[in-house]
Design a protein around this ligand. Structure first.
Ligand SMILES: *Cc1c(COP(=O)(O)O)cnc(C)c1O
Length: 436
């Protein structure tokens, strides 16, 4: 199948080119020429399938033979080796817990699949030099990408993070790995880290010397696996004989809109979704777009839900491409936005009333779902991070200890290995070149 660019419909690329490049040459996002629609029988029988079986089926349909079946089977079964439970809270609301992977954030799903797919392409091209993955992070992306590629031969990962803005538990998840993972502390903001990476991709000398690739959420290899859990939520509802005839609604905590793009693609493939709820923090660029029709990026503001701190949602072009018009966006998506006080209030209320602990990212989804759902509808809030990832913040909010799961605790024993650079491209470029 061919992939086009959202800003140049005549541009064509193979899946391999789309995944290696990330962005199309004109800066557009890659989209498949065709979104296949699943047979109705598939949806009916999904209640009998395991997560890995659903994942393999969805990836096979979505990729239309672009990856050999045996290879895709191994990639999917290996990437989806953790549970994604649909939990019913004591208040009777559904929460899809996407945080049981190695770094306990939903990004594990996309990055684990992407890393394995890139590894397959690498082994098909023995002539390739080392692949260098550059990733700016405010916490979750860096740890998910670093852990997905850690120890993979022929790949180096560079994680850029803003000084003083990434919590300790987040930082140790990428900065203690060593080996092929280099953690770079930039004396600047998250937006500065993003700019450094963008500049690297445009630097002719650097690209002549090194093979650079981005693992950001614009990469189509992250969009595909994220479709899986929307189907998996539905499969679990079917399994429980839940009546979803009143309409299925997903509430998604949004930043760069990759997760929401995946949901819309799942819907286009035939998943019966009545509507999506997009939820942002005070970085509410998409919310403002839905309310006014104007898309206006702004500088990023820090919040207590750091993974939602994006002032320019990268996947916006995909949403427009999928839905075609502003009116259609408004028909498919209800938008919400909450500030830090509302997030704290939601965490406290849900914990006090229901005994269920939401992390700040999941809390926005949970709250918007409760506000938006109509009688008879079935709502599923996506919980994108484990509360212990922001342990100290959570403990301050609920005034109780929050236990650190062993998979997070193990990182705290490691030694921090951080390279510090000033906020300037020269220093970053020198570091990359010296590491070759
Ligand atoms: C990245 C992230 C999000 C936002 O996902 P997008 O695809 O960028 O919209 C939400 N929650 C958590 C915990 C994340 O790490």
């Amino acid at each position: 199948m061919n992939y086009y660019s959202t800003t140049d419909l005549r541009h064509k690329a193979t899946l391999e080119q789309a995944v290696i490049k990330g962005l199309a040459p004109d800066g557009g996002l890659y989209m498949p020429q065709k979104v296949p629609v699943l047979p109705a029988a598939f949806l009916r029988n999904m209640g009998e399938m395991t997560l890995q079986e659903v994942a393999y089926a969805i990836a096979s349909y979505a990729l239309q033979g672009d990856v050999p079946t045996d290879v895709l089977h191994d990639i999917v079964f290996d990437a989806f080796d953790f549970d994604i439970p649909l939990v019913k809270t004591p208040g009777g609301h559904y929460v899809l817990e996407l945080f049981h992977g190695p770094t306990m954030a939903f990004k594990d799903v996309g990055t684990r699949f992407m890393a394995r797919l890139l590894d397959y392409y690498r082994t098909r091209h023995p002539e390739w030099s080392t692949l260098n993955v550059l990733v700016p992070t405010s916490g979750d992306t860096g740890s998910a990408v670093a852990n997905s590629f850690h120890k993979m031969p022929g790949v180096n990962v560079y994680v850029l993070f803003p000084r003083g803005a990434v919590g300790k538990i987040q930082k140790v998840q990428f900065a203690t790995l060593g080996g092929n993972v280099t953690a770079i502390e930039v004396n600047g903001t998250f937006d500065d880290c993003k700019s450094l990476v963008e500049e690297a991709f445009m630097d002719a000398e650097l690209n002549g010397e090194m093979r650079l690739t981005s693992a950001m959420s614009i990469n189509y290899a992250r969009i595909v696996p994220q479709m899986v859990y929307y189907f998996w939520a539905y499969a679990q509802l079917v399994k429980r004989k839940e009546d979803v005839s009143g309409g299925l609604v997903f509430a998604v905590p949004c930043s760069n809109l990759g997760n929401l793009s995946s949901g819309l693609m799942a819907q286009a493939m035939g998943l019966p979704v009545k509507r999506f709820i997009s939820v942002e923090n005070q970085n509410n660029i998409f919310y403002n777009y839905v309310k006014t029709g104007v898309f206006r990026p702004k500088p990023t503001q820090y919040s207590i839900a750091p993974a939602l701190d994006a002032g320019c949602p990268n996947n916006f072009g995909r949403i427009l491409d999928l839905l075609g018009s502003y009116d259609n966006v408004c028909r498919h998506i209800h938008a919400y936005s909450y500030d830090d006080n509302q997030i704290i209030e939601t965490i406290m209320r849900t914990y006090d009333d229901e005994g269920y602990l939401l992390d700040p990212h999941s809390a926005v989804a949970y709250r918007a779902m409760a506000e938006d759902l109509k009688p008879g509808e079935t709502g599923v809030a996506l919980a994108t991070a484990h509360p212990a990832k922001l342990k100290h913040l959570m403990e301050n909010i609920i005034e109780e200890p929050v236990l650190l799961p062993s998979q997070l605790a193990q990182f705290l024993d490691g030694e921090l290995r951080v390279k510090k650079i000033p906020n300037g491209f020269t220093a970053f470029k020198r570091l990359l070149l010296s590491n070759r």
